[in-house]
Design a protein around this ligand. Structure first.
Ligand code: 13P
Length: 339
């Protein structure tokens, strides 16, 4: 294991103003996204869509890494350049989603556990050959006000995350460790904080037991936020304070960066929350984004699957990158959205 290289890759992904574009939608997820703009999910449409994102001018100032799905890592731009090479040529680190999705946890109704450890060592070796320098594994923690998640589901998911992270570091690939407490449901922000705290506590206990070097990883957590159906939605400052309190208590200072998922927040809310969290700094870690929907929803809406809208789609993408880059420094304000 080359700790120096792991550290340097992790730090470059979350360098000043930079964050991650999560473009690793699985086949079924990208189909859902394309359905929303009435576009068929063919291999060429998926390729073209990703090409629009990756060739947007100037994004290398704000995007330090891009997470691919398996298919995309094997695809090329129109001129034949592999996407991974196209990005590394621009100073953006290519990464790969390696989990195989969340499945029902047997005998624990409502809980999930993420699969994908079998054969992972061999898959990581191939992904490395294809240019991936970091990887992602997403654990899904379902939450309600009563019995979800079970403590067993938290332990099972933390254990799988740690086994994945250790395999990554063995292969000199930076693991992004993603324990996602879902935003779905009617629970309040307090319940989200309690569950997120317990999840992070368990995840770092397992990472430590599996000998994962904290300096050579990134954490991708949810923000602490009320469930979407909760009638008491928390304000921006309340979200920022609860999130910072939770992370400060449970994330070791040795971790170079925390890159939040957006989890279904609007693009504006995700930027606003990131901004407020950074404005409360300095923090021991870089605090940034690894957004999927919050970076891409405006792009899909502008593109609509039509070539004549490609430039407008790239403009929409650049705007989100730029605004989240400002939020990295606590310099974003909501009024910039209209500009
Ligand atoms: P969202 O930002 O849309 O939640 O996606 C991030 C991600 O990569 C989830 O695994």
């Amino acid at each position: 294991m080359n700790i120096k290289e792991l550290k340097s890759v992790a730090q470059s992904i979350v360098a000043k103003q930079k964050g991650v574009l999560a473009a690793d939608e699985s086949g079924s997820t990208i189909k859902k996204r394309f359905d929303s703009i009435k576009l068929e999910s063919t291999e060429e449409n998926r390729r073209r869509y990703r090409e629009i994102l990756f060739t947007t001018d100037g994004i290398e100032r704000y995007i330090g890494g891009v997470i691919f799905f398996d298919e995309t890592l094997r695809q090329t731009a129109r001129d034949g350049t592999p996407f991974a090479k196209l990005l590394s040529n621009r100073g953006i680190v290519p990464g790969i989603k390696v989990d195989k999705g969340a499945k029902a946890l047997a005998l624990y109704p409502g809980d999930k556990v993420t699969e994908g450890l079998d054969g992972l060592r061999e898959r990581l070796a191939e992904y490395k050959q294809l240019g991936a320098k970091f990887a992602k594994w997403r654990a899904v923690i379902d939450i309600n006000d009563a019995d979800l998640p079970s403590d067993y589901a938290i332990r099972a998911n933390a254990h799988a995350l740690a086994r994945y992270a250790a395999l990554c570091q063995e292969a000199d690939i930076v693991p992004i460790v993603e324990p996602e407490v879902l935003m779905d449901g009617a629970h309040g922000i307090e319940r989200c904080e309690t569950v997120t705290a317990r999840v992070l506590e368990e995840v770092f206990t397992e990472l430590d037991a599996h000998r994962v070097t904290f300096e050579g990883m990134l954490l991708k957590p949810n923000m602490v936020i009320a469930g979407k159906k909760c009638t008491r939605q928390a304000g921006v400052m309340q979200v920022a304070e609860a999130t910072v309190r939770c992370l400060t208590r449970y994330v070791p200072a040795a971790v170079p960066g925390i890159v939040f998922l957006s989890g279904g927040q609007s693009a504006e809310d995700a930027t606003d929350h990131l901004n407020a969290i950074n404005a409360m700094g300095p923090h021991p870690w870089q605090v940034s984004f690894s957004y999927g929907r919050a970076l891409q929803a405006p792009v899909l809406a502008a593109w609509k699957g039509q070539e004549s809208n490609a430039a407008a789609a790239q403009q929409a993408f650049y705007t989100r990158c730029y605004l989240n880059g400002l939020a990295r420094d606590g310099k974003y304000t909501r009024t910039m959205e209209a500009a």
